[in-house]
Design a protein. Sequence first.
Length: 314
Amino acid sequence: MNAWIKKLGPLIGLVFVFALFAVLRPQKFPTMDNLEIMLLQTAVVGTAALGMTMIIISGGIDLSVGSQVALCTVTLSLLLNAGWTPLAAALGAVAIGAGCGALIGTLITRLRLSPFIVTLGMWGALRGAAKGLANETMVVTPPTWLNKLLNAVSAEHKWMLVPPGVWMTVVLALVVAVLLRYTRQGRHIFAIGSNEQTARLCGVSVERTKLTVYMLASCFAALAGVLQYSYLTVGDPTTANGMELDVIAAVVIGGGSLAGGQGSVLGSLIGALIMTAVANGCTKMDLPNWVQEIVTGLIIIAAVALDRLRQKKE
């Protein structure tokens, strides 16, 4: 019974949050248009949470996700303005993300630095780089098909049900789920998070696995940046400020443990939906931003407290 409650906990939490705001704002919250808006917003956080899931399972943390998203929106916009095709510009942004992940992973594995300290430093450095590249202003670009990734579904494309960007998140989630569940790399990630020394004694290449995890996670952050660009239609160096907290909270709410060794893709996506539903519900209730920030902070504290309680019970 406890195992089932643990697995269904995030879903129960999502149903509770949705029901609460549906009762409080029945005319605004539980509408099809608003549900689509929440899916669009969740696609960005959810895509970034896929990478964070792997990091947290491996026992690490990444506080620079929001800055990576902002940097990739700016990079993508600059490449488009430089004449690159939309696909090439998107791949260029992902390559920048991979480079950020490689740098973070190298600092952690080679210099034996704490992931918290390294990514905290990168949080500021990458945000500064984004502002510098954009000359501290938004980078406006000509419209391309990238802008349609998170556009509302038009009448002639109702068969898609949701925008292409949401389907992209679903496909990426399936890829990560298969990687974690059915590949040797996935087993190594869980082993390192559960007990790094034991994993090393069993022949797991800890340094290489961690480096791969941070590179993959940064690629997912870059893809989240592509979706964020689609949502904003500009490169914004100030966007995604604080998104790293939403992403980390989504993973923890979904059953991931900050101590490592636990987490799931489905749980992280449900956690991302919960964070989006809370933010959207507060907006529908016309609550000021400072109240929303307090609510978000309390959710993060509650998520960490639940994580500690799970660890004590085990």
